[in-house]
Design a protein around this ligand. Structure first.
Ligand code: ZN
Length: 176
């Protein structure tokens, strides 16, 4: 168990539909090892979420954790850690909100993406128990970004205004 290489945009595995896991699979040692690798990789890279396809496993598994003292997301409230398998997503509030997003698989860039401001996600947790969460605001964006990875979608696909795609340095200089 260890941090793994993060696949970058252009790798075909990032564009595949990932498959669901059975309850038995979720409770297996293999999946526990996968979750540990996801956690280790996310911590090494300094991300707030990571999905299994990003480390080369086309399984519907993702973890999300907003650290309490993140420099990058300093003004946000911290949240619990979420481990999510087999998510089903419904839009609760069609109103869109925009945030500048980044992605470990698209290093060095930021892009402005508008997404529904509130969603409902039904999923299985690490104990294979069904859970429902209704994230809103920035957390809704984080969940939608990570879940997109399970269906072969990257945030850049959702950028409506290409002038709002920027390298990090130019983002800091011109867009904050
Ligand atoms: Zn991403």
């Amino acid at each position: 168990m260890a941090a793994r290489t993060v696949l970058r945009m252009g790798h075909p595995k990032l564009r595949e539909q990932s498959r669901t896991l059975t309850r038995e699979e979720i409770l297996s040692q293999e999946t526990a090892a996968l979750l540990q690798d996801l956690q280790d990789t996310m911590e090494r890279e300094g991300g707030i979420g990571i999905a299994a396809p990003q480390i080369g496993e086309n399984l519907q598994a993702t973890i999300i954790e907003l650290p309490e003292n993140s420099e990058r997301y300093g003004t946000l409230n911290s949240s619990a850690r979420f481990t999510i398998f087999n998510p089903v997503i419904e839009v609760i509030d069609e109103a869109h909100q925009g945030f500048w997003e980044g992605c470990l698989s698209v290093p060095g860039l930021r892009g402005y993406v508008e997404r529904p401001r509130k969603v409902r996600i039904t999923y299985l947790d690490e104990k294979a128990q069904q859970k429902v969460i209704e994230p809103e605001g920035f957390l809704a964006t984080v969940f939608q970004h990570e879940l997109d990875h399970l269906f072969g979608v990257l945030y850049i696909d959702r950028i409506k205004d290409p002038t709002k795609l920027s390298f990090n340095e130019e983002f800091d200089e011109f867009h904050t």
